[in-house]
Design a protein around this ligand. Structure first.
Ligand code: ASP
Length: 580
């Protein structure tokens, strides 16, 4: 006898396919008179209804097996059937291959959740988290502690959501991360903390960001950078889904300076080469105006990337759009050099270069026939950032044109270390902001620079990068109250009063400590190769931060606002729009 409780899926007269949480099973609809009511019921059941079928499991007749289906060797001969609940007309078909708009899928998220894609992503996510808990709590003595989500504003960093309170003019903030609490737990002697933590950032609409997201949040006392790194490598190895192959540890490591110089970014995609090459020395002797001009500046540099077989795979339009994007995004001019089939170079530059310089250029860039080189001259960071972006764009173009550049099944983890502790603020470069957050400790060899030239201080901040995406970040923390106060007040020019509770806590014998947070949504989306983090979150928000199913955020009445002493001042157009 066989019993199934599930949704009917495909119906083709003689059989139907039932789906439950484990997969699909083919059911044979009886055709004999004695079972006419079963036939009638199953043939007329609307798609996606919940039906209960009992029957006999038997092997499929020889030659009718379906090797693509895990249950393809058997079928169920139905004897009784019952519709437990029928399904009304669907807004879209529950089949992965049928395209539907994301807005419609989000409006009916509970239906989209029935798709194989979301089912397997969420089930894999649950398995990974379970293994992480097991590794941290059972194997390494971590304590799973929940921290508040109603708190107060943290200075610096991302914008926080405000929550009104009943006290006049007072608001809670939803924390961007449990950063302060996890440090306070260390002061409280909870020396190995972990949490699957919900975090909030009100960053407006940004592609592939969510206003609420989940971190695997970790903090430890008496640990150094290497200690955290080895812990995370072990954690990922332990929780890595078997079907995605195994991951090798320890992960390679690269300094921030190297990442910027070789890949033009602090999150390099190391699955392919095309590294940025410094050709300043090759061109230094040439009589080219823009080269000499760039090299006359203190951080001037000439760099280039070599696109393998660019002549074959990139059209003139592609090259034009690459140059255009360097111009519009980085205000950076790009010069191109092509290696002809006979090995000679074609470029506006060649007439200024002697034979020796040309062959040095070919050697430095490892150029082969059919390669295209993109060259940039200017300030080091700008040149590297522009070429780093072009490296990724051209990789996408090469792949779209059919060149297999990156192995889609490869997972390249990388630690990026030795970040600067502070960076100039984008809007006002004379002021400094934390590269990670204000609690990050300076590199032990740079501590004295903190007081003399903070711009030169490296930090004990480390990022974990996977296939060119930041999947984690953390640091060893400042545990001296005096140093923490100095950083906040003197370097960052923040009001340290807002953090007086944390600074005071450091004065009560805080142990040295450090930690990290892994972005769970991003990590899972990379593991399952989902195009967006929304594909691994059960109920995500839209691009604009809206819940399209429940329609949040929503209006509330003036009466509901009263206890909070809040009144909405409506912009005129919105008032009109609301009326209609
Ligand atoms: N709280 C940090 C973040 O959310 C991570 C850390 O420093 O542990 O990025």
């Amino acid at each position: 006898m066989f019993f199934l409780l599930c949704f009917s899926w495909i119906r083709q007269g003689l059989f139907l396919v039932l789906r439950d949480f484990q997969g699909l099973t083919q059911v044979i609809i009886p055709q004999d008179e004695a079972h006419s009511h079963v036939k009638e019921l199953l043939s007329n059941a609307p798609l996606e209804s919940v039906v209960r079928v009992t029957g006999t499991v038997s092997p499929r007749p020889s030659g009718q097996e379906n090797p693509k289906m895990p249950t393809g060797d058997i079928e169920v001969k139905a004897e009784t059937a019952e519709i437990l609940n029928s399904c009304k007309k669907l807004p879209f078909e529950i089949k992965d291959f049928i395209k539907k708009s994301e807005a419609l899928r989000m409006q009916y998220r509970y239906l989209d959740l029935r798709s194989c894609r979301l089912q397997s992503a969420l089930r894999l996510r649950s398995r990974v988290v379970m293994r992480m808990r097991e590794y941290l709590c059972n194997l390494h003595g971590f304590v799973d502690v929940e921290t508040p989500t109603l708190f107060k504003r943290t200075p610096g960093g991302a914008k926080e959501f405000l929550v009104p309170s009943r006290e006049v003019g007072k608001f809670y903030s939803l924390p961007q991360s449990p950063q302060q609490f996890k440090q306070l737990l260390m002061v409280g002697g909870m020396d190995r903390y972990f949490q699957v933590a919900r975090c909030y950032r009100d960053e407006g609409s940004r592609p592939d960001r969510q206003p609420e997201f989940t971190q695997i949040d970790i903090e430890m006392s008496f640990v150094d950078q290497a200690g955290i790194q080895r812990l995370i490598e072990g954690l990922l190895q332990h929780s890595w889904p078997e079907e995605r192959g195994s991951i090798m540890t320890p992960f390679p490591s690269m300094t921030y300076e190297e990442a910027l110089a070789d890949y033009g970014t602090d999150k390099p995609d190391t699955r392919f080469g095309m590294k940025i090459v410094d050709i300043s020395d090759v061109l230094r002797g040439s009589n080219i105006h823009f080269v000499q001009n760039a090299l006359s500046y203190p951080h001037g540099s000439i760099r280039a990337i070599c696109i393998p077989q660019g002549v074959r795979y990139l059209t003139n339009k592609d090259l034009g759009s690459l140059k255009e994007s360097a111009k519009s995004q980085f205000n950076q001019e790009i010069m191109e050099i092509i290696c002809r089939p006979d090995g000679s170079l074609k470029s506006l530059l060649t007439k200024f270069l002697g034979e020796k310089e040309q062959s040095e250029l070919i050697r430095a860039l490892n150029m082969e026939e059919g390669d295209v080189v993109l060259l940039a001259a200017g300030e080091h960071k700008q040149v590297c950032s522009a070429l780093g972006a072009l490296r990724l764009l051209s990789a996408n173009l090469l792949e779209a044109a059919g060149l297999a550049l990156r192995d889609p099944t490869a997972f390249h983890f990388l630690w990026v270390v030795d970040f600067p502790l502070f960076l100039p603020k984008a809007e006002n470069p004379t002021e400094l902001e934390s590269a990670h957050h204000p609690f990050t400790a300076p590199h032990p060899s740079d501590v004295s620079l903190l007081y003399s030239d903070p711009t030169k201080v490296r930090s004990q901040h480390y990022d974990l990068v996977l296939n060119g995406n930041e999947v984690g970040g953390g640091s060893i923390r400042i545990h001296s109250a005096e140093q923490q106060r100095f950083v906040l007040e003197k370097v960052l020019k923040e009001d340290s009063e807002v953090l007086s509770h944390l600074i005071e806590a450091l004065e009560f014998g805080a142990p040295p400590h450090g930690g990290i947070a892994l972005g769970l949504d991003r990590l899972i989306s990379l593991i399952v190769d989902a195009p967006s983090i929304r594909d691994v979150i059960a109920f995500p928000k839209s691009f604009r931060g809206r819940d399209l199913m429940g329609n949040a955020p929503d209006y509330v009445t003036p009466e509901e606002l009263e206890p909070y002493h809040i009144q909405v001042s409506w912009p005129l157009e919105e008032k009109e729009a609301k009326k209609n």
